[in-house]
Design a protein around this ligand. Structure first.
Ligand SMILES: *Cc1c(COP(=O)(O)O)cnc(C)c1O
Ligand SMILES: [Zn+2]
Length: 404
């Protein structure tokens, strides 16, 4: 395995600590897939415990003794017949990444990223984060005895995420600026060798996240869905998952590939705009704003990879409004019992919008990825709810109230 620049093709040893190629291009981990194809079989994978490390041959780790794990992955793929019926769909699934140890898919990336930091002997790790990355990195650093530094954007950070990052013992710094600025600052620290950077510009983290793609196929009996819909912020996840599907196909574990559909918020949609103009790169947005704080990002680092995933897979990108997000968040909770944070609900909101537009095949196997747990952002949920009515301890009043 090797790190390769997706722009100029220059190759780097996996032990070289480098976040971008000399040319500025994004790096990607490449494997000898022919060899992996001969090494793995469905039956053999199935004998292992479910989760990220079930797919060890596809992961960039040499020394399995260095693995830092909290049993991430192995999340449920719920068949959602109630919601499917409401939307007129044949087969709808929710891949609920909120069921990960710290409540988001970031754990899949961090188990690999922090393991890598272990292999490299890095004592300090860091990231910029809208919340979930910091919660996850803080947990995995605690488990591996590393110091963790996280930079958060100014303004509101979802309370659950902030509580986690602080409680796991990270050094948490909030800047008077947005996420994109926080990322520039933490990256500067990394380039001065003050810490090992674990944002999604780090290709090793994306290797962990690609297991979402593996797992969806695994859970569908080694069949790929027809469509995958997910929220897009910094755009690492959609790129990673597409890579996962492609690697499973190249190693003969599946024989088709899904369309990748990326959903952004109306107030932070650089990738949607690029897609609609059929461009290969974005124009950054200066003041991203949305209730879905996990995707409040104006200059997504992995934009070129994400756009490639969308074009290659014959997918698309669409935006949804904050109102549509909140409505979808409620609908999912109340029809299927799945409580997700606002960013995650954008995949459902996107599905509904695209169905209205006639842009989705209703007969296919559709998978929406819900990326984070609803408890992450209690404020958003409470704001969208009717608060409980308070009554005297009186049976008559109670009976009246429950009839309302
Ligand atoms: C990080 C995150 C996203 C965005 O993922 P990207 O890889 O940055 O596109 C979406 N939803 C949640 C809950 C997240 O934590
Ligand atoms: Zn290059």
């Amino acid at each position: 395995m090797i790190q390769r620049c997706r722009e100029c093709g220059k190759e780097y040893d996996v032990d070289e600590i480098i976040y971008n190629c000399e040319c500025g291009g994004l790096l990607e981990i490449k494997y000898d897939l022919e060899k992996i194809k001969n090494e793995v079989s469905k039956e053999q994978l199935r004998e292992r415990r479910s989760g990220v490390w079930r797919y060890l041959e596809y992961l960039p780790v040499k020394d399995t003794n260095k693995i830092v794990s909290l049993w991430e992955g192995g999340t449920p793929l719920y068949k959602c017949d109630n919601l499917a019926k409401k939307l007129g769909l044949k087969e709808l699934y929710i891949k609920n990444e909120g069921a990960n140890p710290t409540g988001s898919f970031k754990d899949r990336g961090m188990t690999v990223g922090v393991t890598r930091a272990n292999e490299l002997g890095a004592p300090v790790v860091g990231c910029a984060s809208t919340g979930n990355t910091s919660a996850s990195l803080a947990a995995y650093s605690a488990r591996s005895g590393k110091k963790c530094i996280v930079l958060l954007p100014g303004g509101k950070v979802a309370l659950g995420k902030l509580a986690q990052a602080m409680f796991y013992g990270a050094k948490v710094v909030q800047i008077n600026g947005n996420f994109d600025q926080a990322l520039v600052m933490i990256k500067n620290l990394a380039l001065e060798n003050k810490l090992y950077l674990l944002n999604s510009v780090n290709p090793f983290r994306l290797e962990g996240q690609k297991t979402i793609g593996f797992e969806i196929c695994d859970q569908l009996d080694f069949e790929a869905p027809s469509t995958v819909i997910l929220p897009v912020g910094n755009a690492g996840n959609i790129s990673a998952i597409w890579k996962g599907f492609k690697e499973f196909k190249e190693t003969d574990l599946i024989d088709s590939l899904p369309k990748m559909i990326g959903i952004q918020a109306e107030g932070a949609q650089p990738i949607v705009k690029a897609y609609k103009a059929q461009k290969d790169n974005i124009n950054p947005e200066d003041n991203p704003e949305t209730i879905a704080t996990a995707i409040r990002i104006g200059n997504p680092v992995n934009a070129v990879k994400a756009l490639e995933a969308i074009y290659q897979s014959n997918g698309l990108a669409e935006f949804v409004s904050d109102e549509e997000i909140t409505a979808a968040q409620k609908l999912l909770a109340q029809t299927e019992g799945i409580f997700v944070e606002p960013a995650s609900a954008s995949s459902i909101a996107g599905l509904i919008k695209l169905l209205d537009m006639g842009a989705i095949d209703k007969e296919g196997k559709i998978v929406c990825i819900t990326t984070g747990n609803g408890l992450k952002d209690p404020d958003a949920a409470i704001k969208a709810s009717t608060l409980p009515s308070e009554i005297e301890c009186d049976m008559e009043i109670l009976k009246k109230v429950i009839e309302e």
